[in-house]
Design a protein. Sequence first.
Length: 320
Amino acid sequence: MAVPETLATSAPTSRRSLDPRLMAVVGSLCIALSPILIALSGTSPGTATVFRCLLALPVLIPLALLERRRTRRAQVAGGQLGRLGRPWLVVVGGLLLGLDMTLWTGAIHAVGAGVSTVLVNAQVVILPLLAFLVLGERVRLSFLLTVPVMLVGVALAGGLVDSDPSTAPDPVLGTVLALLAAVAYAGYLLFLRLGAAPGEKAAPVTLATAAAAVSSFALGSLWEGIDLTPGWTAIAWLALLAVVGQSIGWVLIAGGMAALPSSTGASILLLQPVGAVLLGMAVLGQFPTAWQLVGCAVVIAAVAVAVRRRAEPAPEEAAA
């Protein structure tokens, strides 16, 4: 899961050393690897989320400090100071992020790594609905038509029609947890959009990750508990998750999406659920049933249509 291109803040004008398409692709594949690493750790939802957040901070904090210094230097050199962020909104978003990641981890255990990642992508539909309720942003009728299609796909992908108990031991619970995680993630993205300062990518993610550690500890303590000594093997998987998924993946996506056209960014983001399903089969041996694969395809197709519809500018916006 990563910040969609439509919510990324604009980066300051500077020479880029990496192709933004390559950054977005690598970042998406890093995120796709996250549920696999969580499953391999074998830890409870709260334990996995708390450790992935805490272990990511030593990587994120230096990146945030370097970014802040570079952004300020560019603004001073350009003779203008950018808009300051609203950190308290980022913190609220981070608390929701902790709920999202904890619930999503529970969904991984209940319905499988690949399918749970597909289901969480329902946030693409939930987010504009939240933006409509909170900010009054317009929602197109064509976009609303994708909602019932996605719901059908969610039912199929979640195994509500047919599932393999060895892969999805509790498909109903897993589907519910994944959808609740999608709602929390959509809220995180909305608050991140409102609170992040222009040109900053690593700093908001760092602050949100710290807040996520707090909320995941609270939820995890009440749900299956927190194991502070899960063993070195589990810690190794979670440390890899923190570096690859929690740090590198999110920063690369945030940086790459800001410089890409909407259609290109939307297509690249679909690598996350597709990659998670393929990696789940290859690494974990979790093979969804034929109906679940059909549901995954329906959800991904609905996400593609929804994102492209959102990316199309209104006539008055296109002329601006």
